[in-house]
Design a protein around this ligand. Structure first.
Ligand code: IMP
Ligand code: MG
Length: 185
C-alpha cells in the first residue's frame, strides 16, 4: 500500500477539531435524549471510529448495534443507488429510540435505504447523526439531526473513512489527491 503522505492533498479536519466536535455532538445528544434510552446503530465500517468516540460523551443509557450496507465496490468512488444490506442488526428496533451513526453522507442513497428499512420495524423514533456531510452531492433528501462538519465535494479519508478499505486508522480527516493515489490491484 502507498504511504498516505503521497496522496494526501491536505488535512481537512485535524484530530483536535474532531475531538472537540464529537464531544459537542455527544453533549447535544445527551440533552435531547435525557430520560430516554438510545439504540445507536452504526453503519459499518466507516462509522466505527466516530461511534466509539461519540458514545463516550453520551450520558443516557445507550446500546449499540451494527449494520453493513454496500453501496459501491473497491475502486469506485460513487454509490449507484443500489444499496444492499450485507449484515443486519441483531437487536430489535421496535419501540427503541434509534440513532443512526454514519461517517459521511454523500448522495444520500445509503442512508435513505437504511431509514426506509428501519421504519418498517417500528422504532419509537429515528434520527441521524453524521460526522460529515457533502451536501452539494445530495441526490436523495435525508433528514439529518446531528452533523459534525459540512465538507466540500472532495474525496476524504481517515478517522474511519477508507480509500479502498485502508487508512481508516488515521486520526484526522484528509483530502485525497486522486491523481496521486495509486490503487493497489
Ligand atoms: P452515499 O450513499 O452516496 O451517501 O454514500 C455514503 C457512503 O459512501 C458512506 O457511508 C461512505 O462509506 C462512502 N463515502 C462517500 N464519500 C466518501 C469519501 O469522501 N471518502 C470515503 N468514503 C466515502
Ligand atoms: Mg466506504
Amino acid at each position: 500500500m502507498q504511504d498516505y503522505h503521497k496522496f494526501l492533498d491536505e488535512i481537512l479536519i485535524p484530530e483536535a477539531e474532531l475531538k472537540t466536535r464529537v464531544r459537542e455532538l455527544g453533549e447535544e445528544i445527551s440533552r435531547d435524549y435525557a430520560g430516554k434510552r438510545i439504540l445507536a446503530i452504526c453503519i459499518l465500517r466507516g462509522g466505527v471510529m466516530f461511534l466509539t468516540d461519540l458514545i463516550r460523551h453520551i450520558d443516557p443509557p445507550v446500546a449499540i448495534d451494527f449494520m453493513s450496507v454496500s453501496s459501491y465496490g473497491v475502486g469506485s468512488r460513487e454509490s449507484d443507488g443500489q444499496v444492499r444490506i450485507t449484515l443486519d442488526l441483531t437487536t430489535s428496533v421496535s419501540e427503541e429510540n434509534v440513532l443512526i451513526v454514519e461517517d459521511i453522507i454523500d448522495s444520500g442513497n445509503t442512508l435513505a435505504s437504511v431509514i426506509e428499512l428501519l421504519r418498517t420495524r417500528h422504532p419509537a423514533s429515528i434520527e441521524v447523526c453524521t460526522l460529515l456531510n457533502k451536501i452539494s452531492r445530495r441526490e436523495v433528501d435525508v433528514p439529518i439531526k446531528y452533523c459534525g462538519f459540512e465538507i466540500p465535494d472532495k474525496f476524504v479519508f481517515g478517522y474511519g473513512l477508507d480509500m479502498d478499505e485502508y487508512y481508516r486508522n488515521l486520526p484526522f480527516i484528509g483530502v485525497v489527491d486522486l491523481e496521486k493515489y495509486e490503487a493497489d490491484i
